[in-house]
Ligand binder design. Sequence first.
Ligand SMILES: *Cc1c(COP(=O)(O)O)cnc(C)c1O
Length: 360
Amino acid sequence: MPRFYNFSAGPATLPEAVLQQAKEELVDWQGAGMSIMEMSHRGKEFMSVAEQAEKDLRELLNIPDNYKVLFLQGGASSQFSMVPINLLRGKTKADYFNTGLWSKKAIAEAKRFGEVNLVTDSEPNKFTTVANESEWQLSSDAAYVHYTPNETINGLEMHTLPNVGDVPLVADMSSNILSRPIDVSKFGLIYAGAQKNIGPAGLTIVIVREDLIGNALPNMPVMADYQTHVKADSMYNTPPTYGWYLAGLVFKWLKDLGGLSAIATINQRKAEKLYAAIDGSNFYANPVDLQYRSWMNVPFTLANADLDKTFVAEAKEAGLVTLAGHRSVGGMRASIYNAMPEAGIDALIQFMQDFEQRKG
Ligand SMILES: *Cc1c(COP(=O)(O)O)cnc(C)c1O
């Protein structure tokens, strides 16, 4: 039985080669006589795995030396509060883009710690586009600017960096980190839950510029202070060791593939194919402004929503799973992260065309 093509938004499909290697090493990691999961995180075997993973991530993203890389837990959702706790640094206000449902959650959490100014609000257009830069309302006294470059639920991606001047730019890259090269030096902080483009759920990556660390709000939990994790090399408490190891395998897989420029070319081609199939039919539709269509998450609706359940069921028969859309958007959503092979996109398009012919 071959594996399904799994279009889940997260936890999402992983490269099969990575899973195979993990399987081979599961019971006895490289002659250590035990699995990675059973080792001390402070032993030399795991330390070497941890260090190599960070080194490979730094190489992939070309992370400058004045940035720390943290391997944490708590998901991107914990960063919704850790960002204001650490980055307000004596100020009282932060700027937020509201471009989708994940932005909204980050904003709601930030409001518990300070004032939030909306740079722009895409809610009135149902998160299908972003206003032009000329209409943005950046405040002069913001401690930082937060945005979500890829809105996983709405399929809305900002393909260019917002220009925010000298104010630290913070990005929730949970669903598009490692999908293309980025200039890390343009950011104050980047965070991402692992379960979309990095590895299994349970690991959260934070990349933070050194000068932003060490000014957390008073009386906060010690675990909420980036300084705690920086000082302890992400081992203040027991880190998610297996997730860290698996992320390391994914980083190696990406490097072997040719790094982020290579994967970007593939990702763009995969997305363009799928959007072309949607736009080329009168049966499928995607509501997102062409300029802001996500390379990673492609929501689409059927001309007749009564056919949604049949579509999902028949797709599953064809080996294409987890295509039902998010409840807030409806229809379908194909998440096509780095690990989704191009053959999976081809199979989906083939199925969509066949379904349309029979039912459209
Ligand atoms: C999935 C996701 C989150 C939530 O991540 P958790 O790790 O479950 O907290 C936040 N932001 C974005 C953009 C996401 O895609």
